[in-house]
Design a binder for this molecule. Structure first.
Ligand SMILES: *Cc1c(COP(=O)(O)O)cnc(C)c1O
Length: 451
């Protein structure tokens, strides 16, 4: 069968559009299962041939074999890692981005998309209290956002301190794994600061730098606004003041937790974020956008521009005075890019910021209720009070194998996806809430399986 790949064909479009329409309406979204390669081997065997297949049949294969073997991050029963709970508005706009081949590397090519993305970045900068002129771009995730920001921190720091010898950036052991990974990539040594109850403080930072054999080689600090494991917010105000006074680059990793900027209830927990030289927050986490989206902001974008701008004869036109208004590719490790900020832009424009604050609060509320239920139950207890929307708790008498078996069975029974974590050397259970549809009944159902 010969098809014209580049002309619209309703036989091709119909099954796809119908799938999308149905998927967007699922309430609840089924949790589904993971899989092993054995599950797919037969179905995928010989599929990619010289001549292609009937689109309806391929879509059926996707629907019946592949899709059910992806655990749905947007299920209200997905409480592992950091879940996803994209708004319908954001998901639909993501489809528009795809259908339109929207791209947004440069102002020359994509002014309309960049203008909308920048409106969201400006809103985030304003919520954080960054000065006018702050800006950045959206990248594919927190890991690449942290890396892009720390590259700027390194170059600015290297320029400031000069000389030879390795540079250091301070962080706590509770920082996300992507920070240590970024430091390895950019050849900067980590200066691990002992945290105070898992919270990085200005005093501990100052002491660690004072004790370092080469305090003058410490060029920055990466704080966390909402640790992934426990939702703990570092002492941003103290660290920010220290960093400002000592000319250190102050980066804040808020991939998960900085969504709380939208909530008047907890806004004050982020005081000090206004001092950041750079910060990230992932819309694909607690800001209800689809994968994959991270907002990366700089206090002084020209510093990032001087580090990240790519130079080539075929790109010179992008930096021509007439076109240079705002090139997203100048602010991170990326050139071609989807406008990953458009889905959240559309959703914010439709629903307003207050709805975002309320949705953040809903996750805080269910975390609080879950903690109360854990305290009230005889067989489980809190490891610590919830941090943001993360709850760590233990089943009395259980070891690592018990948690692993329980977690597996929970998915098999389609009750929930909850994975164990470690806390101070102990294996425990962890809930991360952010789906507004996760109910007390679901939490009770999960806790009952541990009895
Ligand atoms: C999730 C997370 C990251 C990594 O973000 P990705 O989008 O998964 O790359 C970084 N930092 C923190 C604090 C996170 O929670």
């Amino acid at each position: 069968m010969t098809r014209d790949m580049f002309s619209f064909d309703d036989n091709l479009a119909a099954p796809i559009l119908e799938y999308c329409r149905n998927r967007l309406q699922l309430q609840p979204v089924e949790l589904d299962f993971g899989g092993t390669s054995v599950d797919f081997a037969q179905a995928l065997e010989g599929l990619l041939t010289a001549h292609g297949n009937d689109p309806t049949a391929v879509m059926e294969l996707f629907t019946n074999v592949l899709a059910p073997r992806v655990i749905s991050a947007d299920s209200e029963r997905f409480l592992a890692f950091i879940p996803a709970a994209p708004t319908k508005a954001a998901l639909l706009m993501d489809m528009v981005v795809s259908a339109s081949s929207l791209h947004a590397a440069s102002w020359l090519e994509s002014a309309g998309a960049v203008a909308a993305e920048n409106q969201v970045l400006e809103l985030l900068a304003r919520l954080a209290g960054l000065p006018d002129g702050a800006g950045g771009t959206f990248v594919g995730g927190g890991s690449i956002g942290n890396l892009s920001a720390l590259v700027v921190a390194r170059d600015v720091g290297a320029h400031r301190v000069g000389g030879d010898g390795s540079l250091k950036i301070a962080l706590s052991g509770d920082a996300h794994s992507s920070i240590a990974s970024a430091l390895r990539i950019i050849g900067v040594e980590p200066l691990y600061v002992p945290a105070v109850d898992h919270r990085l403080t200005a005093e501990a930072l100052a002491a660690a730098i004072a004790n370092d054999p080469h305090p003058d080689r410490v060029i920055g600090v990466a704080a966390t606004a909402g640790t992934t494991n426990a939702g703990i917010i570092d002492d941003l105000a103290g660290i920010g003041a220290y960093a400002t006074a000592n000319d250190l680059w102050f980066h804040v990793d808020g991939a998960y937790g900085l969504a709380g900027l939208f909530s008047p209830t907890i806004r004050s927990a982020y005081d000090g974020i206004e001092l950041a030289d750079s910060f990230i927050v992932d819309p694909h986490k607690w800001l209800f956008a689809p994968f994959d989206s991270c907002a990366l902001l700089y206090r002084q974008p020209h510093l990032a521009r001087s580090v990240h701008t790519q130079h080539a004869s075929y790109l010179d036109i992008l930096h021509d005075d007439r076109n240079v208004e705002w090139n997203p590719s100048d602010y991170a490790i990326q050139l071609s890019r989807r406008p990953k900020g458009l889905p959240i832009w559309f959703s914010l424009a439709v629903h307003g910021t207050a709805a975002y604050g309320a949705a953040v609060d809903a996750a805080l509320e269910i975390a609080h209720r879950a903690a109360q239920m854990i305290e009230a139950a005889p067989h489980v207890e809190l490891v610590r009070e919830p941090g943001l929307s993360v709850v760590l708790f233990r089943r009395l008498g259980w070891g690592p194998d018990d948690y692993a078996r329980w977690s597996e069975q929970l998915v098999r029974d389609q009750i929930a996806f909850v994975t164990p974590t470690g806390w101070e050397g102990e294996t425990c259970a962890r809930f991360a809430f952010l789906n507004p549809h996760t109910s007390e009944a679901i939490v009770a159902e999960i806790l009952a399986t541990m009895a």
